[in-house]
Design a protein around this ligand. Sequence first.
Ligand code: WTA
Length: 665
Amino acid sequence: MIIRHSLAFRKDKITLYPSVLMKDDNSLPTESSFSFQRGTYEEFYAKSIEKPKEFWNEHAHILDWHSEWHQVLDQRKAPFYRWFIGGKLNLSYNALDRHLTNYRRNKAAIIWVGENGDEKIVTYHGLLKRVNALAQAMRDSGMQKGDRVIIYLPMIIESVVATLAAARIGVVFSVVFSGFGAQALADRINACKAKMVITADGGRRSGKLIDLKKIVNEALEDCPSVEECIVVNHMNNPVEMVEDRDFWYHEVTAQKHVQVEPEWMDSNDPLFILYTSGTTGKPKGVVHGNGGYGVWAANTLKWAFDPSEDDRWWCAADIGWITGHTYIIFAPLLLGVTSIMYEGAINYPEPDRMWQIVEKYGVNILYTSPTAIRMLMRYGENYPSKHDLSSLRELGTVGEPINPSAWEWYYHVIGHGRCPIIDTYWQTETGGFIISPTANLGIGMLKPGSATLPMPGIFPVVLDENGEELGINEKGYICIKRPWPGMMLTLYNDDERYKSVYFSRFKDVYFNGDYAMKDKDGYFWLLGRSDEVIKVSGHRIGTIEIEDALVASGDVSEAAVIARSDSIKGEAIVSFVVPKIGVRKEGLQEKLKRDVRKAMGPILVPDEVHVIESLPKTRSGKIMRRLLKAVYLDQMPGDISTLENEASVTEIRESIERFRKEIKK
Ligand code: WTA
């Protein structure tokens, strides 16, 4: 990944700041504080670290347990940490049934807003009915505890129903982002040998129909484990149904009045698998359990955002990513909060769509990404100023470091200087927030661009190459010293890879792949990825996945991908490809983009494709990505004594120059 470093002086130290954290005028991250009332954070945090057992014995009661745990944490098989040993619970029961016995029965659980303006409001009672109906249908088709179901749905209520129905009967669900293509979908289905797929006849995005069923049909040609496919009629789109395999959702859920007893799950039974990108080709199947994950989801939302009974919470993420899992579905529903869900693009049909939803539905807490903020910021202040945003009380962000200019725009233009910015830092693997301001415990000082302080129970350290702890304002690898309930259980079917990816780089700490530094106030500044994982519009992508997809097109023998910074998307994808002998260069760039889009989906499509004769390699044949990055950035390439083919550098430079000239035209 490329970070443009700028030198800045602080006291006697030279600190490197990535440009992502520089203000537009190139000044340093501001030290001026935005102050809110400080509460009990320090005391609360100290207890979580000093007396973890006592702390979690208390806070795990945020959920209802069918039978209580006899041990808070089992570390004997570290790094496979197990929480709430012996405890049994069901997260669909916790998200639904338990609210029905009190005043939440008629409360809106989900307010759904369609891209075309449709609206559906489902109460807790109504959601339970739907979940029961689907859980029964899944059981009727033979799905049992431990089986896997793939959920490949757009942002519709049925995606919430499907995850909770699976959770209810102990079926492990794996949501695949509906922007992924057929190959990416098939890979994920095969990786977990799913027996069932739940999809729809289509989804909407920027006014266009995405034909999900067509993609599923294509993927299922190579997925022998799938026995049944349930299809939601969302768009009245005519689709091809395969006899004895495909069934309509509304038909299989037609028995409306069933009551399905929840399966009482062991705290450490798996709840879901979510495939996410790493530094090697195969996506990693991050496995989360029931107890620890549920306790973490509910507590972190409460601590960070402190939603109240009457609040309307809008997490504007997609269900296909961990943010949607934890903070559209589980955390708000476990707490009995009203969760808003929006189907489409946030700038469609007009750039004020987001502000219009905030006004119309009286959103109290808005949680979105820096990419979205940067994009909406570009349209100017006229759009938000057309709307009454006074219902907003807090504003959140997630997914990548937020640059101070975007932070301040969000704070002043959207929040009118009243709403704290809750910059939540976390990962698929961590289950929920790990560094974030905490509205529930008092926020105190905010610094634009810093995710501030660790969540209770999280013990982060910043280490150098050798695992030594670094000092104030020194950039290094952020690692977590102790287990916490929300951490993944393992990587699906790959315990070895779990150990080697996260626990072998440094001894006894969780290594998460990010750069960070800690300032004099103990605030953490996240400084981007230290590995070959990039963040494009907040989507986490391994550069190797794009390289594999380019090579899989059949036209190129080799591909190398790097990222460049992008003012809206955060990072953009730059690829270098070597065509196979005999392949025509004309039209190749467009063809490659089309092929990648079809197989993997639009998010992996390179922004730049440079067709070249050879890639820079070491004498032992390894591609020198470091050199590619340096050439791209016009920087000194460092030691290139092992470079085998110097001519490639000239060729690459020329290709980049040609591209830039074209863009200017
Ligand atoms: C990045 C998304 C800075 C980070 C929840 C992490 C962030 C990766 C922030 C995980 C933030 C997420 N500030 N960087 N507030 N939040 N990241 O698994 O690089 O899709 O490792 O989870 O996103 O991405 P993932």
